[in-house]
Design a binder for this molecule. Sequence first.
Ligand code: PEP
Length: 252
Amino acid sequence: MRKKIVAGNWKMNLKFEEALQLAIDLNGWIADNQPEAEVIIAPSSIYLPTLLENVDEQFLKISAQDLSAHEKGAYTGDISAEQLDSIGLDFSLIGHSERRTYQHEDAEVLEQKMKQAFAHQIYPIFCFGENLEQRENNTHFEVVESQLLDVLAKQDKELLNKLILAYEPVWAIGTGKTASPEQAQEMHVYVREVLDKNFGAEIANSTPILYGGSVNAENAENLFSQNDIDGGLVGSASLQLDQFTQIIMAAQ
Ligand code: PEP
């Protein structure tokens, strides 16, 4: 049985005191309610050390939203996997669609980012998904297959058991338009087939595949009850304690 995971991507939201308070409240709620799902939050990188100190990782895990494709050196503004590891961080999003779009991150960069994560014991939460045009042209399966293989096929196969995947159709992110549970399940099954064909049944069956794209307290249960949906990557609804905790409870 794969563990359920609910991850909150806070993006570029919340001032310091707000982020700290939300993390402390969430940590307390998890301690009191002991949900089945593992809960991860990805705050802005400047808050990472303080949040790591103020939550108990037994209850709440902390992730970066991104890491550098480079090991170290003259890359102003970048944060390396080694630096993240040095503050005790264990997770990072890689390949979020907003970074693919606004920072023009392509497969070559993402391949390097994932190599850096694996080299420094950071679990990558690798995001992928088709845009609206690709869905409407019916090319979404091949788009997703190449997004996965362009990056995963270049990694050390022995390390792929540390991978977490997040299928996030771009047309559903921040739009209020969610993929139906059937659409999401269909893609998750396809992703497992791609993993099976290329990396074997063990990786295909054990890799958590989260769904992301306008998940909220109303739709979470239907999405998470699908066999191959192992939880969610949640954007805006993860900024409100009551919404996010209902989503966490939906992942049983
Ligand atoms: C995300 O940023 O990964 C996301 C899924 O956002 P939202 O839930 O707001 O659509």
